[in-house]
Structure formats: structure tokens, C-alpha cells
Design a protein around this ligand. Structure first.
Ligand SMILES: Cc1ncc(COP(=O)(O)O)c(C=O)c1O
Length: 386
């Protein structure tokens, strides 16, 4: 879809992309300034600690302590090249080749990718009607080789938040079977219902078997800076540190200093969360106004994940990939087909764009579908061109 959007742009089309998995906003000026100052300081021109910048680890420890209600020190934290790298470091520390890790379906494909990259086998677990993991479903996929479950809340693409009542049984199940929980809480600042909880706040006893993964990518619009982290028991941190030391040596110091400045800036994520919530309400209401689309209100995150099976049936598109391709060609709006997340019949729409762009995109989708309907065509693209 990205290549197709690029080709259209090259032909001069004004393509709006709601397909990106990142906020459109630039990184806050204060963070950029901190990075510029760090670049100018020769102290940052040389090797640093493999585990990460002590100041950044200290802020991460404080934040994880706030989320979990437990005591964390900088020693409990490993800095990584983004949350994806932190997930990889966690999984490679926990598994032997061929071990199984449970991941939610629908879910972010990166979870299965990091498991495979670490030599493991990702096992997809279906979620409930609200896209949440349930112990029955987890247990049905559990085998003698199951070592861990990746639990992401709020989720991508679903926005599902596992509140305390959902987390407790999962934590009990994990404790009962000696399974590790890797909590990917990357979108935790975008909790639109106030129900987000760290699994460790729900069940502190799970701490010896939990890895908390986070990062600045989404909440500070810093996807390109590549800074994330994990907080975990000592043996996991030691394995992660050893891997970092043997491979990348450490995350670039200047980027870590930018992340440190970001963590000191609590206003930016708060404003982003408020904006995302407003945009969520806007896009979900607009989508539900279109015949054939049913869009649940996501509890968190920055994506709408509507069911478009009604549209596919009415208009004759074979699947949501074909619909997304039509939307791009006809309305010049890019979205991601649900197939990418193990959810055929849905599309993912990122609403972390400015309000004007979002409104224009919705108008274009509406107009393209209305034009196709008005002509009574089965082939919607031809109808619009007529
Ligand atoms: C649920 C989830 N976890 C992790 C990541 C990776 O984040 P980062 O860019 O910090 O590596 C993403 C990116 O889309 C994500 O959606």
C-alpha cells in the first residue's frame, strides 16, 4: 500500500495517508533542542554504557514505578533501539530455539516477527469480541514449549485495553503455568477510557516473571529516534545488556538524551492523548455513518479498526485488501487492510493526523463511496470515473 501511495504521489496525486503506524506531528521543539545541545557536547561523542544512559534509566525506573506501584532502580532497566528492539531483547532472553510465545490475533505483526527473529515460534491466540486476550483462549494454545505471552495494552490495531479485571486472571494463569508476561505498553499514554493498568499493579506477585516494555516512539512522536526500553528481573536485564553489548554496543547517546528530555516533558503526551481522543470520536462517528461499515470505539491507542464486511458484500470487493486498493486509487486515502493484522474484513485507520487532514480524508471516503453508489455500479472505481 505504501509503494502504491508513493507511485500515486509521484504522478502528482494528493494522497492522504492514514496508513502509518506513527503520529504525524513533529517531535516537540524542547526535545529537538536538547538533542542539538547534546550533539554539540563532546562528552556525547564517545562510547557510553551498554545498559544505557544512567539519567534516562533513572527516569524510566521512576515511570515504571509509577505505573506498577513497585520499586524499580536504574539497574532494572535496559535501553533499546525502540520498543521493537526491546521486545526482541526480552524474547531472546526468555526462550530457547523452538520455544513458543503466545501473541494476540488480531495484533501487531511485529510481535510475531520479533519472536521469529529470536528463534522462537509465535502462536496466534484469538481474542474476544472486544479484542482482549482471555485465559481460556490462552490455555487452549498452551503447550509444553510455551514460555511467554506478549500482552499489549492498549493494542495496535485494536485499541483494546485490558483493565484490572482482565489482567488478574491472565496473571494468575501465567503464575500457575510458569509463563512469562511481556507487557508491551507502548500506547499506554493514549488511554481514552482511564482503564489502563499495568499488569504488575493488578498482580504484583507476577513481577519475577514480567518484562515491561515501553518507549517514546508514539507518545512523543519520536518513531525515528529509535529509543525504547525494558524493565525486568536481573537475569533478563543481564541477557539483554549482553546482547546489546555484543551487537550495537549501546543506543546512540544523543538519541537517549532526546528521550530523557521527552520523559521530562509530561505535557506533550497529555495533549496528544486529548487530541487523539477527539479525533477518535470524530472518525468513529463518521465511519459508523457509512452504510456497510461498523466501527467499535477503541478504548485506547491511535487507530480505528472498522469492520467493512458489509461494504465488501454490498459492493463486491473480494476482501479488505481490494477495498483498500480501491480507496487509495479512487479517494487517494491510504489505510491498511486488516489482513496485515490477522483480521480480514477490517481496515486500520490511523487518526494521529491533524484534524483538517482527518476531516478531508473522511469527506473523500464518503464522496467516493456515494459516487459509486449513485451510479449503481458493482465496480465502484468505474462508477466514479463515469
Ligand atoms: C504495539 C507496538 N509495539 C511496539 C512497536 C514498535 O515501536 P518502536 O517504534 O518504538 O520500535 C509498535 C509500532 O508500531 C507497536 O504498534
Amino acid at each position: 500500500m505504501a509503494a502504491r501511495a508513493q507511485a500515486l504521489r509521484a504522478q502528482g496525486a494528493d494522497v492522504i495517508t492514514l496508513a502509518a503506524g506513527e503520529p504525524q506531528a513533529p517531535t516537540a521543539a524542547g526535545v529537538v533542542e536538547a538533542a542539538v545541545a547534546a550533539v554539540r557536547d563532546p562528552a556525547n561523542h564517545h562510547y557510553g554504557p551498554a545498559q544505557g544512559h544512567p539519567g534516562l534509566r533513572s527516569l524510566v525506573a521512576r515511570r515504571v514505578a509509577e505505573d506498577t506501584g513497585l520499586v524499580w532502580t536504574p539497574e532494572d532497566v535496559q535501553i533499546a533501539l525502540g520498543a521493537k528492539h526491546a521486545l526482541f531483547l526480552a524474547v531472546q532472553a526468555l526462550i530457547e530455539a523452538g520455544d513458543e510465545v503466545l501473541v494476540a490475533e488480531p495484533g501487531w505483526p511485529g510481535h510475531a516477527e520479533v519472536v521469529a527473529a529470536a528463534g522462537g515460534v509465535a502462536v496466534a491466540v484469538p481474542t474476544d469480541a472486544h479484542f482482549r486476550l482471555r485465559t481460556d483462549d490462552l490455555d487452549r494454545r498452551r503447550t509444553a514449549r510455551t514460555r511467554a505471552v506478549i500482552l499489549s495494552s492498549p493494542g495496535n490495531p485494536t485499541g483494546a485495553v485490558h483493565d484490572a479485571s482482565r489482567l488478574s486472571p491472565i496473571a494468575d494463569w501465567a503464575l500457575r503455568h510458569g509463563i512469562w508476561v511481556v507487557g508491551d505498553d507502548l500506547y499506554r499514554a493514549f488511554d481514552h477510557t482511564g482503564t489502563y493498568r499495568s499488569i504488575l499493579r493488578a498482580v504484583p506477585a507476577l513481577r519475577p516473571r514480567t518484562v515491561v516494555v515501553g518507549g517514546v516512539s508514539k507518545e512523543h512522536a519520536m518513531t525515528g529516534w529509535r529509543v525504547g526500553w525494558l524493565a525486568a528481573p536481573p537475569e533478563v536485564v543481564a541477557a539483554a545488556r549482553a546482547h546489546v553489548s555484543r551487537t550495537i554496543t549501546h543506543v546512540p547517546t544523543v538519541n537517549q538524551i532526546a528521550a530523557l528530555a521527552a520523559l521530562e516533558d509530561t505535557g506533550t503526551p497529555r495533549r496528544a492523548a486529548r487530541d487523539h481522543r477527539r479525533r477518535r470520536d470524530l472518525v468513529v462517528a463518521a465511519l459508523n455513518g457509512i452504510d456497510g461499515i461498523a466501527c467499535p470505539l477503541p478504548d485506547g491507542g491511535m487507530f480505528a479498526f472498522p469492520d467493512v464486511t458489509g461494504l465488501l458484500r454490498e459492493r463486491g470487493w473480494a476482501d479488505s485488501a481490494e477495498f483498500a486498493a480501491w480507496l487509495l486509487d479512487t479517494a487517494h486515502v491510504a489505510v491498511v487492510p486488516g489482513e496485515a493484522f490477522g483480521a480480514p474484513g477490517r481496515v486500520r485507520i490511523c487518526f494521529a493526523v491533524d484534524d483538517g487532514t482527518l476531516v478531508t480524508a473522511i469527506e473523500r471516503i464518503d464522496a467516493a463511496l456515494a459516487a459509486a453508489t449513485a451510479c449503481g455500479a458493482r465496480e465502484p472505481k468505474e462508477a466514479l470515473n463515469r
